[in-house]
Write a protein that binds this ligand. Structure first.
Ligand code: BDP
Length: 346
């Protein structure tokens, strides 16, 4: 090959590589295919790498669900599609991650629907306080037509809804005093997720809502920036919040489902067959995650009780339910309709 020709080939190869990077996705196209003049391969044969952001550490049940999802995708694509899970907020806190997923800088994330509702307000209908009778009721809703409709409804906002994960029930905890009734919360500074609904909920209890990222809550509790927060047993445990806020009241004011979403920009770069494979694998990872959740929740609860925390049962939650009733009255007629449909699911 003449020198001029070699330079030309190198230039073309270089440009192809640049083109792949320029395309902006994490769908990697190795330039080697072209440079080695191999027979043309169908786009389906190209390796694809997608990044998934997760706030929790690797041993937390949502992260285990993410790994299961990644394994299923790898297995079903014969190793062609890799989902790289980044646990422990390595790619950022949930609100920032959701923004990046929206514009395609991160391909996927598993988040709580609370911060997502700041982007897609209709999701409020799925996280109203005391909405679900129990976990079974919630799962009938999420796995049924309403849940599927919610996953699809994300597309105009730039997301592709993949699946739901379990997150138990959220309860209040604080570092100041035992809370037995909603009146005991009055005036307390409570950290909430960055979602208007959660701000409204804490106000409904006459407490003072302080929205902040999950990763900041431990030091906020420790330094007294907030008096308390609210979460499920597993998060109260895994974050060590139970060490700095010893009063935990089992008011179980809300069940906030977890969701895995993909960037519509990233998904649109894939073939329809690959999109379907990914959607199905995510859906098929749900039962595994639900099972992991039950096991972790039990261990978390045992360890917190063994630590000597003050755990206050709430045998009758009618005063708690009454406090949040005005939130239902304030919902838009559309969301009230969805809430009625959710309640009608038997
Ligand atoms: C946990 C969710 C996590 C949220 C966190 C929070 O699993 O996704 O970020 O609550 O309160 O239960 O921010």
């Amino acid at each position: 090959m003449k020198k001029g020709k070699i330079v030309l080939v190198m230039l073309v190869v270089g440009l192809c590589t640049l083109g792949a990077v320029w395309a902006g996705g994490s769908a990697e196209k190795p330039a080697a295919t072209q440079s080695q003049a191999q027979p043309a391969q169908s786009s389906n044969a190209q390796p694809i790498v997608l990044r998934l952001a997760e706030t929790h550490p690797a041993d937390y049940p949502t992260t285990k669900g993410d790994f299961k999802f990644a394994d299923l995708v790898k297995e079903r694509s014969n190793g062609r599609i890799t989902i790289q899970v980044y646990p422990s907020s390595q790619l950022g806190e949930e609100k920032a991650v959701i923004e990046q997923v929206q514009f395609g800088a991160i391909d996927m994330t598993r988040v709580s629907i609370s911060p997502l509702s700041a982007f897609v307000p209709a999701f409020d209908a799925l996280q109203m306080p005391y909405l679900y009778r129990n976990a079974d009721h919630m799962w009938k809703v999420l796995k049924g037509p309403i849940g599927k409709q919610f996953l699809t409804s994300l597309e105009p906002s730039g997301f592709v809804g993949l699946c739901w994960y379990e997150s138990g029930a959220r309860s209040f905890y604080n570092s100041k005093r035992e809370v037995k009734t909603p009146a005991d919360l009055k005036g307390m500074k409570i950290r909430v997720q960055q979602a208007p609904l959660m701000v409204g909920m804490v106000k409904a209890f006459d407490a003072v809502p302080t929205p902040m990222d999950f990763g900041e809550v431990y030091s906020a509790l420790q330094t007294g920036v907030v008096d308390g927060a609210e979460n499920n047993w597993p998060s109260y445990f895994s974050t060590s919040h139970y060490e700095v806020a010893k009063y935990f009241t089992l008011d179980e004011h809300t069940r906030v489902p977890e969701i895995t979403i993909a960037s519509k920009i990233s998904m649109d770069k894939l073939s329809k067959a690959d999109q379907d494979l990914i959607k199905q694998a995510a859906w098929d990872s749900m039962d595994y995650q639900i099972d992991q959740w039950a096991q972790y929740e039990k261990v978390a609860q045992e360890k917190i009780r063994a630590n000597g925390n003050v755990i206050t049962p709430v045998p009758d939650n009618s005063a708690w339910q009454k406090a949040v009733q005005p939130m239902y009255d304030k919902l838009s007629p559309d969301l009230q309709k969805i809430v009625a449909e959710i309640r009608a699911v038997k």
